[in-house]
Each structure stands twice: as structure tokens, then as C-alpha cells.
Design a protein around this ligand. Structure first.
Ligand SMILES: Nc1ncnc2c1ncn2[C@@H]1O[C@H](COP(=O)(O)OP(=O)(O)OP(=O)(O)O)[C@@H](O)[C@H]1O
Length: 293
């Protein structure tokens, strides 16, 4: 580790530098991510916005060592003094789900349909921590409480099909945070949800970020989602970050034509143009009423 990396490691969070992801052969590479920099800071939500196919998900997957077979990477993903791109599969297994966790668009992707919620939460915990069954059950209940799943004592006995989409996403978030990770990557976490429950899940992410000091990467094509949540926003286009900055700078004074078009396309973008932010960068809205549907 050089001096600069040692300083970053001491600061915590995660730093992506010059990340590239490509497919195809070495002779004919198809670049997907073309040398991007992103900082994930404890207690902050970093938004990664951009249209479909711009490389957002590949960026998130690279951070977890979950890129599809055939993907080639370059650059660095520095976490705790190590470049995750050079980590062995064993090291990645130890990190993934415990220190760097991911939530996907479809919560059922991280839940087994035939196992009770309690079984899945405690199994996941006990794979990674030396903890007896009773203590694991208590942690599962406490984590479900933290993500505002009603009646956790009953919920742990139920199966995924017995919950609504919004509740399932909360349970998937519980799976992601039960081992107390430092980094949470949320890839389109509300895209599949009914609009009436989206806001509640987003507020939950904000409050977890604030309460647990999580460094969150929020990936979404929907700039509207960022507008109420992210501290900083990076806008990605064709594998490149074309604009980056504090949320209200990016939304109110976009420098790039592409970002301006994204902002203009929002159905109701007036709040971002107000002098007073609709939601403070300190996550004020997150502390408001939180529906749990
Ligand atoms: N296994 C693969 N081989 C080759 N190209 C791939 C593979 N998987 C994904 N891609 C390409 O990588 C590009 C970026 O995909 P990515 O999923 O990161 O985009 P995105 O910005 O997250 O968009 P979306 O919101 O649609 O998921 C896409 O053009 C896709 O076709």
C-alpha cells in the first residue's frame, strides 16, 4: 500500500479509480465502463444515474466481484487498503455480503422461496459469524425491526411469498445489513415496486445510511429517485461519468446537455429548482414518516 492508499483506507469507505470493464476478446474488446472514478463515503449516499446500458450495474457488480464470466477489468477498487479487483475468490467471499453488500431490483433474487425468512437471515449470519442459534435469531429479529418490518417475531416464521413486494425489499435489505457491512450497493432498489411503497423504501435506505454510517451507492436510471435521497450524484453515459457533484448542483445547474435533458424529462422537477431543497442533504426527509407497506 502506498501513502495515498493508506490515507484513503484510514478514511474508510471505498474508492473507485479508473475502473474499466470490457467484454469481447483481448484483440476486439467491447468497452462497457471506460475509466470511472467514484468515492463512497461513510454516512453518504452516492447516486449513480444514467440511461439503460450505460454501465451502472456493471460498476456495482465489479465492486462485489460478481461480474459475468468473460468480463475484463482494469483500474482499482480500493477498500480497506486492498484493491478488490485483485482479490482472490476466497477474499471476495469473505468481503461480499459481510463488508460490501448488495440489494437488487428484484428482492426475490436474494431470497430462497422455500425457506422461512428467519432461517435465511440466521443461516447467512452464521456462515459469516461465530454465533449460536439463539443469538442469531435475536439478531434477525432486531434487523427486521431496524428495516421496519412489522411484527418481526411472526415475520421470521413466514416465507417470501407471504409478503408484499415492498416488505420483501425490506427483508432483502435486512439480509444485506445483518452482517453489518460498511458498503451497501443498491441497484434500482425501488424500480420493481409500486409507486406507493417506493418512497418508504428510499427513506429506509437514507435512515440506515445515517444511523449505521453506511457508505451507499444508489444505482438508478431515475434521477427523480436521486433528487430526494443522494448526497452526491454521478451521471454516467456510455461507460463514462460525464458529470459529478453535490445533488442540488447537478440537479439545479447541470453542466452537461445530457444531464439537462434528464432533469427536464422528470415529470415534476420544480422542487429541485427551489432555493430551499425539498429534502436536505442531511436526509431530513428520511426522518419523516416512513410507510412500511
Ligand atoms: N455478459 C455480457 N457480455 C457482453 N456485454 C454485456 C454482458 N452483460 C452486460 N453487457 C452489456 O453491458 C452494458 C452495460 O450494462 P449495465 O447492466 O451495466 O447497464 P445499466 O446502466 O445498469 O443499465 P440497466 O439499467 O439497463 O441495467 C449493456 O450494453 C449490456 O449489453
Amino acid at each position: 500500500m502506498n501513502a495515498a492508499q493508506a490515507t484513503e483506507a484510514a478514511r474508510g469507505g471505498l474508492q473507485i479509480r479508473g475502473l474499466t470493464v470490457s467484454f469481447g476478446s483481448e484483440a476486439k474488446p467491447v468497452p462497457i465502463v471506460r475509466g470511472i472514478d467514484i468515492d463512497l463515503v461513510p454516512g453518504q449516499i452516492t447516486g449513480l444515474a444514467g440511461e439503460s446500458g450505460s454501465g451502472k450495474s456493471m460498476t456495482g457488480l465489479a465492486m462485489c466481484g460478481l461480474l459475468p464470466a468473460g468480463a475484463r477489468t482494469g483500474g482499482r477498487i480500493d477498500f480497506d487498503g486492498k484493491n478488490l479487483l485483485e482479490a482472490s475468490e476466497r477474499e471476495l467471499e469473505r468481503t461480499r455480503g459481510t463488508r460490501v453488500a448488495m440489494v437488487f431490483q428484484d428482492p426475490t433474487a436474494s431470497l430462497h422461496p422455500m425457506l422461512s425468512i428467519g432461517h435465511q437471515l440466521t443461516d447467512h449470519l452464521r456462515v459469516h459469524e461465530k454465533i449460536d442459534k439463539r443469538a442469531a435469531r435475536a439478531r434477525a429479529i432486531a434487523t427486521l425491526e431496524r428495516v421496519r418490518v412489522p411484527d418481526p417475531e411472526t415475520a421470521i416464521k413466514k416465507y417470501p411469498h407471504q409478503f408484499s413486494g415492498g416488505q420483501l425489499q425490506r427483508i432483502a435489505i435486512a439480509m444485506a445489513i445483518i452482517c453489518e457491512p460498511e458498503i451497501l450497493i443498491a441497484d434500482e432498489p425501488t424500480t420493481a415496486l409500486d409507486v406507493t411503497v417506493q418512497a418508504g423504501v428510499l427513506r429506509l435506505l437514507r435512515s440506515l445510511c445515517d444511523e449505521l454510517g453506511l457508505a451507499v451507492l444508489l444505482i438508478t436510471h431515475d434521477l427523480g429517485v436521486m433528487s430526494s435521497l443522494a448526497d452526491r450524484i454521478s451521471v454516467m453515459r456510455e461507460g463514462v461519468i460525464i458529470e459529478e457533484g453535490p445533488r442540488f448542483d447537478v440537479l439545479r445547474r447541470p453542466r452537461e446537455e445530457y444531464t439537462r435533458a434528464l432533469v427536464a424529462a422528470l415529470p415534476n422537477h420544480e422542487p429541485f429548482l427551489d432555493d430551499e431543497p425539498a429534502v436536505g442533504t442531511d436526509g431530513a426527509a428520511a426522518r419523516g414518516t416512513e410507510e412500511t407497506a
